[in-house]
Design a protein around this ligand. Structure first.
Ligand code: CAA
Length: 387
């Protein structure tokens, strides 16, 4: 029985910062951000977009094309949680009008959260082949104004439907996982911005990639040349480029070119959206589907990394007709609709979003009709509305 990704939806908020503007404001050479880090733009979430609202908006991209009664599981991965107790997924379940019998909860392990959700969903669907599962990753990457991590911020969500006989990516059995209790990146409960040992985090990422990729190839008796694409969690696109360079080391020209081209395609969305933590790897997948021109059957290797730290490598094959399930024109239109912020405006939006709104004060959204948003709290209960 094949189980895998049947639908995929991306949402990113309606504001962005241009990296050249940011470089000028921070007295940096723009090429450090554009080439050295590999980012052109980053989406910015104002106070009305949080992990929940973005997750709803990502799922709205396909909800009308699925049988909602078959959804038996909804798992939400995030490191931008909005409550210490109640799961983000319950708000989503209400907004999407899923049946009360759905099993739903939130998972956390930094940027690994959506992969964790996906693996739980895969196992659930194997045991319940007549049911489906929705998995959501949704995050706002915040390091703070004028920090080295600032250029690697972003905001957005990916939602996927997991089922038998999937239309996009059939997941292969097996995986290689590796974890270590380390402090490369973390966010204490009282902080809205992440703490990070930046250089150390990039080294651990590469070490975990090397280990899990090699272990996976050994376990499955595969060679690097057997992969048609390798895609990565992309905290910034240069990070994936470094991992891809390791992957193609000592490979023949044809394999190197193939994996470089597919990596180029997979990083395009990330270059304009920025880091969306749990959802970043799956935005790489969407970008590959939209811009990679890969034939059905192509073998795609996926590297997931969550600081703290957890790494996992697994693979899937593209399903014939997967192109029908994606909408590159609509995704591009979503990026194009974004309003470019000046650096002063971005700093204002950033600082406002660090605080909770005054309880009882209703927030209004400036996004398009149909968009879900966080409308403030009433009696300290979060309110979500559709514009
Ligand atoms: N033209 C072209 N390139 C330039 C340049 C110029 N004028 N000036 C500098 N560069 C290059 C540098 O040579 C360097 O390239 P290499 O990495 O290939 O050596 C690159 O630009 C970055 O320069 P620095 O290393 O000096 O950058 P920095 O010290 O300002 O910080 C960072 C970079 C550590 C990644 C920082 O942005 C950061 O802390 N980011 C957040 C942490 C992060 O994303 N870690 C990733 C792994 S952890 C993870 O994946 C989980 C997650 O999502 C957070």
């Amino acid at each position: 029985m094949q189980v895998g990704i049947d639908k995929i939806g991306l949402f990113t908020p309606n504001k962005y910062v241009d990296m050249v503007d940011l470089a000028h404001a921070r007295n940096q050479d723009p090429n450090k951000f554009l080439i050295g880090i590999g980012q052109s733009e980053m989406s910015v979430a104002d106070q009305t977009q949080d992990a929940v609202s973005m997750g709803i908006n990502a799922t709205m991209k396909y909800i009308d094309r699925i049988d909602k009664d078959k959804v038996g599981l909804l798992v939400f991965g995030t490191e931008s949680g909005i409550d210490q107790s109640k799961s983000a997924s319950l708000f989503v379940k209400t907004a999407l009008k899923l049946k009360p019998e759905v099993r739903t909860f939130e998972v956390k392990e930094a940027c690994f959260g959506l992969t964790a959700a996906l693996m739980i969903a895969r196992d659930f669907v194997r045991v319940h082949p007549h049911q489906t599962a929705i998995v959501i990753g949704s995050d706002i990457a915040r390091y703070g104004i004028n920090t080295p991590g600032e250029v690697t911020q972003g905001a957005g969500s990916i939602s996927m439907l997991i089922k038998t006989d999937p239309s996009i990516l059939a997941l292969n059995d097996g995986h290689s996982a590796y974890s270590e209790d380390i402090n490369d990146f973390w966010r204490p409960n009282d902080s809205r911005v992440a703490m990070v040992d930046g250089k150390y985090s990039t080294q651990v990422y590469l070490d975990f990639f090397t280990k899990t990729f090699n272990d996976y190839k050994k376990e499955k008796n595969l060679a690097t040349k057997d992969f048609d694409a390798l895609i990565y969690h992309l905290p910034f696109t240069k990070m994936g480029l470094k991992a891809n360079r390791i992957a193609v080391e000592d490979q023949d020209e044809k394999t190197t070119e193939k994996l470089q081209n597919s990596f180029e395609a997979s990083k395009q969305l990330s270059r304009h959206v920025g880091n969306i933590y749990t959802a970043s790897l799956y935005m790489s997948l969407l970008s590959l589907l939209e811009k990679g021109n890969l034939p059905a059957g192509s073998l795609v290797g996926l590297f997931s990394y969550g600081s703290g730290a957890m790494g996992e490598f697994y693979s899937g094959n593209l399903v014939p007709g997967y192109e029908k399930e994606i909408n590159p024109v609509a995704d591009q239109a979503m990026l194009d609709r974004r309003q470019k912020l000046t650096i002063a405006e971005y700093e204002d939006v950033f600082n406002t979003a660090l605080k909770d709104p005054v309880d009882g004060k209703e927030l209004t959204s400036d996004d398009a009709a149909g968009t879900w948003y966080f409308a403030g709290t009433q009696g300290h209960i979060r309110q979500y509305k559709q514009k």
